[in-house]
Design a protein around this ligand. Structure first.
Ligand code: HAM
Length: 424
C-alpha cells in the first residue's frame, strides 16, 4: 500500500474548510491593504535560491529538494520571496509600476526533520511590498500581519523586532561577533560550531541552552547600526507605537537568510513548542532586487506558516457547510427529468446531490441521512406527469407536494438556506 511521503500531509474535507476560511479572511484583508495575488511556479532554477538566500544558509545547504534533469538543476521552492523578486524583474513589473504589493499562498518544500509544526511540504501565506525604502511600509507590513492573526482568532503571540542595519553594519556586527565567540567555540553546540564558520549570525538564535547561555553573556545590544539605519529603526518603532501594536525589541533576532537587512521580525507563539515557535516571520531585503539583476530598490515582506496558524488557532468547530438538497428519482422518466431538476437547484447556488446507483427509496433515504441532507426532493414518474415533486424537510420531518417549477423558490423560503458562496 502506498503511503504519503514523510513530512507531507493530506488535507481532507472537514479540514479543508478551515483552510478555506483562513484563505478567505486573508484575501479580503490583503485586498483592503491593496495587495494583489501573485502565483509563481513551484519549480525554479536552483541557483535562484542559492544566490538569494545565500549559499551558507541552512535551507540552501541542507534542505532543498533538488531535481537534476539532464543539464539543468531545479529546486522545489523552499520559500516565496526569491521567486517573487525573480517574477518582478522577469516580467518588467518595475518598469510599469514603481511600487507593488503582492500576496501569495501555497506550498513550500524543505527537507527538514519532520515534527509537530515542521513539515517537508508546508504552506505559506505571505506578502511582499517591493519598491520602497520608507519605514512607513515596514510598520504597515507588521501591522498587517498582526491584523491577519487577530482576524484568524489567534491570540497569545508576541512580536519580536530587530534591525540588522545595512550591509556594512551587518559586516561589522559579524566581525565583532566572530571576535567575541572565538574563545567560546568549544562550549557551543555542534551546529553552532559549524555556523561559526559559515553563518555566524545564526548562532544568536540557536535554541540550545548552552549556546543561549554564551549568547546572554555577550549582551548584544544592536549598537552596531549606523545613524541612517538607527533613524530608520526608530521610525519603524514610532509607526508601530502609533498603531498601538505591541512588540519587543530582540537584539538577538537575526533570521537565517542572507537577503535580510534593516527591519526583521518574528511572530512567536508559545503554544507551538520551544523548537519552532514562529507563526511567521519576515523583514526587509533591500539588496535582493538588485542582486538578481533588477533595479536598486527597497522591499519588505513576511510569511506565515499555514499549518502553524492552524495549530495556534487550536480546536475549532468544524466549519459548517451549506445545507444539502438530496434528489431521489424513482422510475426511468423521473431519472431523466431529474438531471435538469438537479442542475436547476445547483444553478440557484444551492448545494445539491443525487443517487447515481438507482437505489430503492429506502436505501436512497438512508444515503440522504448519512449525508445529513437538510432537504430530500423525491420525484417519481407519476409526480412528473403532474409536474409536481415531493419535498421533505429533514429538520422537522414535514413533507409537501409542490409544483416542480416552484421547487427552488420553496427551498429558499423554507430554510435559512445558506448559498454555496456564503459557505465558502
Ligand atoms: P521563514 O521564517 O523561513 O521565512 O518561513 C516563514 C514561516 O514559515 C516560519 O515562521 C514558519 O511559521 C513557517 N515554516 C518554515 N519552515 C517550516 C516547516 N518546515 N514546516 C512548517 N512551517 C514552516 C521565509 O520563508 C521568508 N520568505 C519570509 C519573508 C517574506 N521574508 C520576507 N518576505
Amino acid at each position: 500500500m502506498f503511503k504519503r511521503v514523510t513530512g507531507t500531509r493530506d488535507i481532507l474535507p472537514g479540514e479543508t474548510e478551515l483552510w478555506q476560511n483562513i484563505e478567505n479572511i486573508s484575501r479580503s484583508i490583503f485586498a483592503c491593504h491593496n495587495y494583489r495575488e501573485i502565483r509563481t511556479p513551484l519549480l525554479e532554477d536552483e541557483p535562484l535560491f542559492n544566490r538569494s538566500l545565500g549559499e551558507t544558509a541552512e535551507i540552501v545547504q541542507k534542505q532543498m529538494f533538488l531535481i537534476q534533469r539532464e543539464h539543468d538543476l531545479f529546486a522545489l521552492r523552499p520559500e516565496g520571496t526569491a521567486s517573487i523578486v525573480r517574477a518582478y524583474i522577469e516580467n518588467n513589473i518595475d518598469k510599469q509600476q514603481g511600487f507593488v504589493k503582492f500576496y501569495y499562498m501555497g506550498p513550500m518544500f524543505r527537507a527538514e526533520r519532520p515534527q509537530k509544526g515542521r513539515l517537508r511540504q508546508f504552506h505559506h501565506i505571505g506578502c511582499e511590498a517591493i519598491g520602497s525604502y520608507g519605514p512607513g511600509i515596514d510598520a504597515e507590513v507588521i501591522a498587517l500581519a498582526h491584523t491577519l492573526l487577530k482576524a484568524y482568532g489567534i491570540t497569545g503571540y508576541c512580536i519580536a523586532l530587530n534591525s540588522l542595519g545595512c550591509a556594512a553594519d551587518k559586516q561589522a556586527f559579524t566581525a565583532s561577533l566572530r571576535e567575541k565567540l572565538k574563545d567560546r567555540l568549544s562550549v557551543l553546540c555542534e551546529d553552532c560550531q559549524d555556523r561559526f564558520e559559515r553563518n555566524i549570525l545564526r548562532v544568536l538564535d540557536c535554541k540550545n541552552e548552552a549556546c543561549q547561555n554564551v549568547i546572554k553573556e555577550l549582551h548584544i545590544a544592536g549598537s552596531q547600526r549606523c545613524s541612517d539605519c538607527e533613524s530608520h529603526f526608530t521610525a519603524v518603532r514610532a509607526g508601530l507605537d502609533s498603531l498601538h501594536i505591541p512588540y519587543e525589541v530582540a537584539p538577538n533576532l537575526v533570521r537565517g537568510l542572507d537577503y535580510y537587512n534593516r527591519t526583521v521580525f518574528e511572530f512567536k507563539h508559545s503554544g507551538l513548542g520551544p523548537q519552532q515557535d514562529a507563526l511567521g516571520a519576515g523583514g526587509r531585503y533591500d539588496g535582493l532586487v538588485k542582486q538578481l539583476d533588477g533595479p536598486d530598490t527597497g522591499a519588505i515582506g513576511f510569511a506565515f506558516g499555514f499549518e502553524r496558524l492552524l495549530l495556534a488557532a487550536g480546536e475549532q468547530a468544524p466549519a459548517q457547510q451549506a445545507d444539502l438538497v438530496y434528489l431521489i428519482t424513482l422510475g426511468d422518466s423521473a431519472k431523466t427529468a431529474g438531471v435538469k431538476v438537479l442542475a436547476d437547484i445547483r444553478s440557484a447556488g444551492i448545494r445539491a446531490d443525487t443517487d447515481y446507483e438507482g437505489k430503492s427509496l429506502k436505501a436512497a433515504m438512508r444515503t440522504a441521512n448519512d449525508l445529513q441532507a437538510r432537504f430530500v426532493a423525491i420525484l417519481g414518474d407519476d409526480e412528473l406527469k403532474d409536474g409536481v415533486i415531493a419535498l421533505k424537510d429533514m429538520s422537522n420531518g414535514s413533507q409537501e407536494k409542490i409544483l416542480m417549477t416552484g421547487l427552488v423558490g420553496r427551498i429558499n423560503e423554507l430554510g435559512r438556506l445558506r448559498k454555496m458562496n456564503d459557505a465558502l
